[in-house]
Design a protein around this ligand. Structure first.
Ligand SMILES: NC(=O)c1ccc[n+]([C@@H]2O[C@H](COP(=O)([O-])OP(=O)(O)OC[C@H]3O[C@@H](n4cnc5c(N)ncnc54)[C@H](OP(=O)(O)O)[C@@H]3O)[C@@H](O)[C@H]2O)c1
Length: 212
């Protein structure tokens, strides 16, 4: 498969085309992971949030927005909901995955124009990726974007259910013991992924990587 390359900034039309769900996937479920990482694989910046990594990255903000634009539903773990202060999303549905059910009320407080919010709770048990896909599939949502965090995401990769990653690599080192993009406990038998799109924008590298 050829690798497309470009240098940003890209305008809105080119970004929409760059991040379009592939035509062969439009009639089926298409699962994307949307993340930012440092060179040392950290998912958070010095402040302990992803905002510490993406601050000042025009490319990441543009990519994040356009990947969301392609989504029927954004799937997020309750840890990220709590730490990043997520609420309902304009125009796109949100699925929150939790064992504990500890989800702030704000998540359910929708304004006009916001998408639906679904809390998928395991009532104390783990929710499998397949259960999440069944829940969102029941609602007819097929373009699925997982925005994290890392502990939610790894089982999806292990289960072979992620079609592609859209990742911004920031050319910085974070160090410390913050979360890795994929937790150290995750084990894959082989290297996974091959790039299809590489966009260099203001020193950041934005990669689309096919996982299956
Ligand atoms: N770099 C990036 O792109 C990016 C993206 C997202 C988040 N982050 C950062 O990552 C950090 C959070 O990392 P994290 O890995 O702890 O986040 P997380 O996966 O969002 O949160 C973990 C929590 O989500 C719920 N959860 C995850 N997997 C589950 C499953 N299979 N079944 C049931 N519940 C499940 C559980 O919630 P309960 O505790 O309610 O049971 C669990 O405690 C934050 O600091 C955030 O800023 C970075």
């Amino acid at each position: 498969m050829d690798v497309r390359t470009a240098t940003g900034p890209l305008d809105a039309d080119r970004l929409a085309e760059w991040y379009a769900v592939p035509p062969e996937a439009r009639d089926r479920t298409w699962v994307r992971g949307s993340f930012i990482t440092s060179l040392d694989g950290r998912a958070t910046g010095p402040g302990g949030l992803s905002g510490g990594l993406n601050a000042g990255s025009e490319g990441d903000h543009a990519a994040f927005h356009h990947v969301r634009e392609q989504a029927d539903v954004v799937v997020v773990g309750a840890g990220t909901i709590r730490s990043e202060g997520y609420g309902p999303l304009p125009r796109v549905n949100l699925a929150v995955v939790t064992r504990s059910g500890d989800v702030p009320d704000k998540v359910l407080d929708r304004s006009p124009g916001d998408g639906e919010v679904v809390v998928i709770s395991g009532d104390g048990a783990e929710v499998t990726p397949r259960q999440v896909l069944d829940e969102v599939g029941r609602r007819g949502w097929r373009s699925v974007v997982i925005e994290g965090g890392p502990s939610l995401f790894a089982p999806w990769v292990r289960a072979g259910l992620v079609d592609e990653l859209c990742v911004t690599v920031r050319p910085v080192l974070v160090g410390g013991d913050g979360p890795l993009l994929v937790p150290a406990s995750a084990r894959f038998d082989d290297l996974v992924g091959r790039a299809t799109h590489v966009l260099v924008w203001g020193g950041d590298v934005l990669v689309r990587t096919r996982l299956r």
